[in-house]
Ligand binder design. Structure first.
Ligand code: SAM
Length: 278
């Protein structure tokens, strides 16, 4: 097999492709990392993989060899000649040239038969959070997400209450997934070389989640609680029934002067479920 660094470089030169910073285009050229991602994600022939941003196909090609089908979303139309060329023999890969954030994912998935959905991708870092939130909020029932993200952002995924990294995304992710860091990736593994190091994170859907009575209310409560990080819950949640919130917080020896960054997920769930009763 041609060395992936050479093949990506050759392909982009042959097709006069120019990298676009605004699309977070840092293509992976480290074959060892690609192989590790494929191995650790444990996709099989019953898996439909969604890949956001196939780029020059460095991850798409080996993925297509081990999984059932790959559905890719690529915003940059100028990658079409490259992808047409490298994927010409891959009849289990579809590339939709569209902004993933504006895609009708649920509808697109109707074309597929699968028993599991995995997301495997080297994400465009400028929209990591919106991509993850779309995957959660659209309730497409993703079984596993294996994504390369900026190292600092990946650390936030698993942050504990009380740490500076704990934010609304940590709460959402920890509600739905078991989170594991799987590979540290140096900035030298990409062209062009980014200014940050990366990390590959594995999010596996939790077998059991604490029941939520009203998901929309939970999502809104979390967003509002972290809306202004330095403010207390009393100030961020003025529009809610503060008496109920105080009642729940007191069960955990907390009060309304606490900040969201110190509140564990079980307490948020208890508050959301109690507010829903009124
Ligand atoms: N998967 C390739 C690799 O690892 O070499 C490329 C990864 S690169 C970090 C991110 C890719 O996401 C680029 O191909 C970029 O054009 C694409 N992208 C950026 N924003 C996007 C969006 N909103 N929707 C779909 N693709 C997007």
């Amino acid at each position: 097999m041609e060395n992936s660094s050479k093949s990506v470089k050759r392909l982009i030169e042959e097709n006069n492709f120019t990298f676009k910073k605004m699309y977070g285009q840092n293509f992976i050229i480290n074959h060892g990392i690609i192989q590790q991602i494929i191995k650790k994600s444990k996709v099989d022939h019953n898996t439909l993989v969604i890949e956001i941003g196939p780029g020059a196909g460095a991850l798409t090609i080996p993925l297509s060899e081990v999984c059932g089908q790959v559905l890719c979303y690529e915003i940059d139309n100028s990658l079409r000649p490259v992808l047409d060329q490298v994927l010409k023999d891959k009849d289990n890969v579809e590339v939709v040239y569209q902004d993933f954030l504006h895609s009708d994912l649920k509808n697109d998935l109707k074309r597929y038969h699968y028993s599991k959905i995995y997301v495997v991708a080297n994400l465009p870092y400028y929209i990591t959070t919106p991509i993850i939130m779309k995957l959660i909020e659209e309730e497409i029932n993703v079984n596993k997400i294996v994504v390369m993200v900026q190292k600092e952002v990946g650390n936030r995924f698993k942050a504990e209450p009380g740490s500076k990294d704990y934010n609304s995304l940590s709460v959402f992710l920890n509600y739905y997934f078991d989170i594991k860091k799987i590979i540290d990736v140096s900035r030298n593994s990409f062209i062009p070389k980014p200014n940050v190091d990366s990390i590959v994170i594995e999010l596996t859907k939790k077998v059991q989640q604490i029941p939520l009575k009203n998901k929309e209310l939970f999502f809104k409560l979390i967003r509002d609680s972290f809306c202004q990080k330095r403010k207390t819950i009393k100030n961020n949640l003025k529009q809610y029934n503060l008496e109920i919130i105080q009642e729940i917080l007191s069960k955990y020896s907390m009060d309304l002067t606490i900040r969201a960054e110190h509140i564990p997920i079980e307490v948020f769930i208890d508050i959301a479920n109690s507010l829903d009763e009124y």
